[in-house]
Design a protein around this ligand. Structure first.
Ligand SMILES: [Mn+2]
Length: 577
């Protein structure tokens, strides 16, 4: 692994320091593109206003009319954490803004039975709730047929989504014929942040609805419902969906985390923290991404997302705890299925590398086994991509006999564009596909795998050069001895880090004094660093290190004999110069 030092623009770092940001944080923020302290102000007043979000006003009017007419509103959710939190935000928010509880309903597609989005079949399912209005969350922008079907049945449809709209062969954007569409990525939308998650879009629709109701005299500014009570859910969905944490998203996440740390959260969120044995008073984005999010997502992968949504909707702490326990159990099952599949996928890969490739991985990977489970192909693809630093697709056979695949990519290889090219070169192989640069999904004809595999590798050979295929890790440089403290770790952990705003990774040359394996899989190390002796651990590494090495690491605090101490958590190594 090559360690690449992040560039720190001196002018930005200086400006941040002048504004009172501690020097160490100023350097980290500047290296992540922050230019002024304004961007770091996470106050609610700094959130972008909803008025530039195209369609939000139309959606607000339709929703206000529906509430006034006591019309039934059915939320059409999605089966991942973003969709589940967006559904909970929609239902809780509409109730806060005056919709009678018995006029609110939701449906969520089953990943295996229905697939993604507002399909005509989901419209029929929603019709059983006898709604007057359908409100999609985190889906719908590509649901041309579903929206047409709903409107033919006399329903009004509001689409709220954040995914890119589909385009036809000429490149013209195809939008569903809905009564209102809210999506920062639709043509003509002037909203500054294009990175809202589905839950963020729905939150903004509620802000617009509250403004509309205020204008209609439903309540005065001072007495208006406090929608910030929903920010724990907005923060969770935003991090779990791995959208880019731009300044506006960082504010949403920071506000949600603040509330959670202060004990203000939905009973389901509290129950999920407890089920994951995470301390909510120290909540971080990491908890959302690696503890809470996966427990909700597991429901959509192996069971039914209704469980996840119910957990986020209930106001009964005992019921929330029960649902969180169930989600925890499903997540354990998910991990088992996934590790079985990953072992299989890696064995197939080893065979491939050993026989044909002479140890050098192919420029792109496609893996299929009839025993794979459709619900976890995306996670396995992500693990393969991480391990080999190659675009990777993993396929499972769906109930309809077609092959359902999920892919993850590396920087410099636009996955959806690659699928587009494969589809043009081999008509009939790709039944459906969609996604973006770093992740995509597709459905193949039942006999299409080999053609797809060869075509994907062909595109990868054309597009990827050695530099893109070389693996690098961006690091923040050396860390001075004075910063090896519990205070520094806490100060860093208190900030919002995540997608496109990565938590700091330091890099230093060290001497390895002692090393031993713990738990057979992890390397425990004693290092000499700048004349001082430090404890370190490298999780998942069993091969010993050389006597000197340049290491990339994070700092963490652990409890040892009742005392808190700082240790290095090694991420990677570059051979010593
Ligand atoms: Mn989403």
């Amino acid at each position: 692994m090559k360690l690449a030092l992040r560039d720190v623009p001196p002018r930005a770092a200086w400006a941040l320091e002048q504004a009172g940001v501690p020097a160490l944080l100023a350097r980290l923020f500047a290296a992540r593109g922050v230019k002024s302290a304004d961007e770091l102000d996470d106050g609610l007043a700094r959130l972008l206003a909803p008025d530039t979000l195209r369609g939000a006003q139309d959606a607000a009017r339709l929703l206000a009319d529906a509430i006034a007419a006591r019309q039934r509103i059915c939320v059409v959710a999605d089966y991942d954490c973003d969709g589940a939190t967006a559904c909970a935000v929609a239902l809780r928010g509409l109730a806060m803004l005056g919709a009678a509880r018995d006029t609110l309903a939701y449906v969520v597609p089953d990943r295996v039975l229905h697939g993604y989005g507002l399909t005509p079949a989901i419209v029929d399912l929603a019709l059983q709730q006898q709604p007057g209005l359908l409100l999609t969350v985190d889906n719908g922008i590509a649901s041309v047929a579903g929206v047409a079907h709903a409107r033919a049945q006399g329903l009004a449809v509001i689409v709220t989504d954040h995914h890119l709209p589909a385009r036809d062969e000429q490149g013209t954007v195809l939008l569903p014929d809905a009564d209102a569409i809210v999506n920062p990525n639709q043509p003509g939308c002037g909203f500054e942040s294009k990175n809202l998650a589905g839950v963020g879009v729905m939150f903004y629709v509620l802000l617009a609805l509250r403004g509309e109701l205020r204008a209609r005299g439903a309540f005065a500014q001072e007495a208006q419902p406090r929608l910030d009570a929903l920010l724990d859910l907005v923060a969770l969905g935003t991090v779990a969906d791995v959208v880019k944490l731009d300044a506006n998203n960082r504010r949403l996440v920071a506000q949600g985390l603040k509330r959670i740390r202060a004990g203000r959260m939905q009973p389901g969120v509290a129950a999920l923290f407890a089920a994951a044995a995470r301390d909510a008073t120290r909540a971080s984005g990491f908890d959302f991404g690696f503890a809470i999010g996966p427990r909700i997502n597991a429901a959509g992968r192996l069971a039914d997302m209704t469980l996840g949504i119910e957990c986020l909707l209930t106001d009964d702490a005992a019921r929330a705890a029960e649902l969180a326990q169930t989600l925890d159990a499903i997540n354990r099952e998910r991990r088992q299925v996934e590790s079985g599949m990953r072992d299989q996928a890696e064995a197939m890969l080893e065979a491939l590398l050993g026989s044909k490739m002479g140890g050098e991985p192919p420029p792109a990977l496609a893996i299929f086994d009839p025993g794979f489970h459709e619900g976890v192909v995306g996670i396995v693809a992500a693990r393969l991509k991480d391990r080999l630093h190659r675009p990777a697709f993993v396929f499972a056979r769906g109930r309809d006999g077609l092959l359902k695949g999920s892919g993850r990519s590396i920087a410099g290889f636009h996955l959806r564009d690659a699928l587009d090219l494969v589809a043009k070169r081999h008509p009939g192989v790709l039944v459906r596909f969609g996604g973006h640069a770093m992740a995509a999904g597709c459905t193949l004809a039942d006999d299409g795998f080999e053609t797809f595999d060869a075509a994907l590798q062909q595109v990868a050979r054309e597009w990827l050069d050695a530099a893109t295929l070389a693996r690098t890790l961006a690091v923040d440089g050396p860390l001075a001895a004075e910063h090896f403290s519990v205070e520094t770790v806490r100060a860093i952990d208190a900030q919002v880090w995540g997608q496109a705003f990565e938590a700091p990774v330091w890099a230093d040359e060290v001497e390895v004094i002692a090393q031993r394996l713990v738990g057979e899989r992890h390397l425990k190390l004693t290092l000499r660093h700048g004349g001082l002796v430090r404890d370190a651990i490298w999780f998942g590494r069993s091969e010993p290190l050389p006597g000197r090495a340049r290491l990339a690491y994070r700092l963490s605090v652990d409890q040892y004999n009742g005392r808190q101490r700082v240790q290095l958590v090694i991420e990677s190594m570059e051979a010593a110069s």
